[in-house]
Unconditional design. Structure first.
Length: 235
């Protein structure tokens, strides 16, 4: 765990100057991983929550929180009980806080500019079995993460004046009509109206969205959709 923390170049992760403190991120995670009692866990949490990955007093989250999320999940599973509780609280805070303007996204390996909240939610979904096992608190965190959905288009078909978009859904698109942003090769297109045609199959995550008054040619395979409100989140 300590090696995984130390290998990260926390200074290279962008964050609003005078708010994000890379040293607090590194020190806080190390301290939380090594915490052996309540006081040590609280001190580590104070570093992480006071400029390391979030600034709890102002409700701000930094891009470093995305890198820290898998590490916090490991601590939540394997750390001292006090450290586990602190890690779970920080995960909840990171997901619910808002980023500063200019530092609202992280770049995925495929080049997609992912909203911080959606990137954190994706890490949480990767550890769904563990979080479910944490009981009410873990299930609540997963439920919050579900709202930060992501949909990758695989295939489209015209349906009247609309398009049925088939693809892979992570999270849950709520009932009703929603706006989304679509990203492909660095280009962002706003989709003003879409609905969930049928939900994801549990074993494959395959789902279908109806994109209203859009032609299939406007929805290319490989494009990724995010809730527009996640892209607009700013502190």
């Amino acid at each position: 765990m300590l090696d995984e923390i130390d290998v990260v170049d926390w200074d290279s992760i962008p964050g609003r100057p005078d708010w994000y403190e890379p040293d607090r991120a590194a020190r806080g995670l190390r301290a939380l991983a090594e915490a052996a009692n309540l006081v040590q866990a609280a001190e580590a949490g104070s570093q992480l929550g006071g400029g390391g990955i979030v600034h709890g007093h102002s409700g701000a989250v930094f891009p470093a929180a995305v890198v820290a999320t898998p590490l916090l999940l490991e601590i939540a599973q394997r750390g001292h009980p006090a450290a586990q509780d602190t890690a779970m609280g920080l995960l909840d805070e990171a997901l619910s806080c808002y980023p500063h303007a200019g530092y609202t996204r992280v770049t995925a390996p495929d080049g997609t500019a992912v909203p911080i909240c959606c990137a954190i939610a994706d890490h949480l979904r990767d550890r769904a079995d563990f979080l479910v096992g944490r009981g009410k608190r873990g299930k609540s965190l997963l439920a919050d993460a579900a709202a930060h959905w992501c949909f990758e288009i695989r295939e489209c078909a015209a349906d009247g004046s609309d398009t049925a978009a088939f693809g892979i859904l992570a999270g849950c698109v709520p009932d009703g009509v929603h706006a989304a942003e679509m990203q492909l090769a660095g280009t962002v297109t706003m989709l003003s109206e879409l609905t969930l045609e049928y939900p994801a199959a549990e074993d494959t995550r395959e789902a279908c969205l109806r994109v209203i008054t859009r032609h299939p040619s406007e929805l290319p395979p490989g494009a990724v959709l995010f809730p527009v409100e996640c892209g607009d989140r700013v502190h």
